[in-house]
Design a protein around this ligand. Structure first.
Ligand code: NDP
Length: 234
């Protein structure tokens, strides 16, 4: 059955691969984007998730076109790396406001409709560094670890309404985010991964799609690593 799916930050990287995986499944897929165009076959809605009004407007647009959101993939996220002593409060807060509070804004809005429908799927994109830690990423790791507590608490709140909430924790994925690293850094990261390479965004998308499928109906509150063994299942 064709479902109404919304992927935040679905115009590129992991989000776009996720959106394409749902579209290939025959779902009606909307993606949020802040600039540029979105690929054909996807409904693009402009939205900065740090702005509650834009989140509300985006949901209204999706609901008009595709009906209430049945599957939400909270994927939008940023990094702003710096060692703690050089990190300003603004650097720290901006990452938290996007990755954690932005997810709160979008998930809260989506769950409203899911509660009414008595069904739904929420998938949060965290990171291996949430549990592993990463020097220079205290802000990012805190935001991604926060998603795990957030997701597990919500899973308990909405489980009885047939809504599952799961977290995917990718490792090192080949996207713009990691292309910003130097070649040396990328090689060093790949060496730490037991599978010895970065993931393709499609490899993350496959797990997100599974968690949103009927086959995963009895999985909630889980944190699924898709990291080539980097976190060894934590
Ligand atoms: P990209 O940098 O390639 O894409 C980030 C996406 O998030 C873009 O679509 C961007 O939109 C969107 N976004 C950022 N800030 C906002 C905002 N304030 N409002 C709305 N959208 C926003 O990243 P990836 O595809 O690599 O990452 C996707 C998710 O996966 C992130 O949460 C990231 O933390 C996580 N992740 C990535 C890993 C990796 O190795 N790449 C590893 C583990 C987790 P726009 O185009 O408008 O900027």
């Amino acid at each position: 059955m064709s479902r109404s799916v919304l992927v935040t930050g679905g115009n590129r990287g992991i989000g776009l691969a996720v959106a394409r995986a749902f579209a290939a499944n025959g779902d009606k897929v909307a993606v949020t984007h802040r600039s540029g165009e979105v690929p054909e076959g996807l409904l693009g809605v402009r939205c900065d998730i740090t702005d509650a009004e834009q989140v509300e407007a985006a949901f209204k647009q999706v609901e008009e076109a595709h009906g209430p959101v049945e599957v939400l993939v909270a994927n939008a996220g940023i990094t702003n790396d710096q060692l703690l002593l050089r990190m300003s409060e603004e650097d720290f807060s901006r990452v938290l406001d996007t990755n954690l509070v932005g997810t709160f804004r979008t998930v809260k809005r989506a769950v409203r409709g899911m509660l009414r429908a008595r069904k739904g799927r929420v998938v949060l994109i965290s990171s291996v560094v949430a549990l592993l830690g990463s020097a220079g990423q205290t802000n990012y790791a805190a935001s991604k670890a926060g998603l795990i507590g957030f997701g597990r608490s919500l899973a308990r709140e909405v489980g009885s309404r047939n809504i599952t909430v799961n977290v995917v924790a990718p490792g090192f994925v080949d996207t713009d985010m990691t292309r910003a690293l130097t070649e040396e850094q990328r090689e060093a990261y790949a060496k730490q991964v037991p599978l010895g390479r970065a993931a393709a965004p499609e490899e993350i998308a496959a797990t997100v799609r599974f968690l949103s499928s009927d086959d995963a109906a009895y999985i909630t509150g889980a944190v699924i690593p898709v990291d080539g063994g980097l976190g060894m299942g934590h």
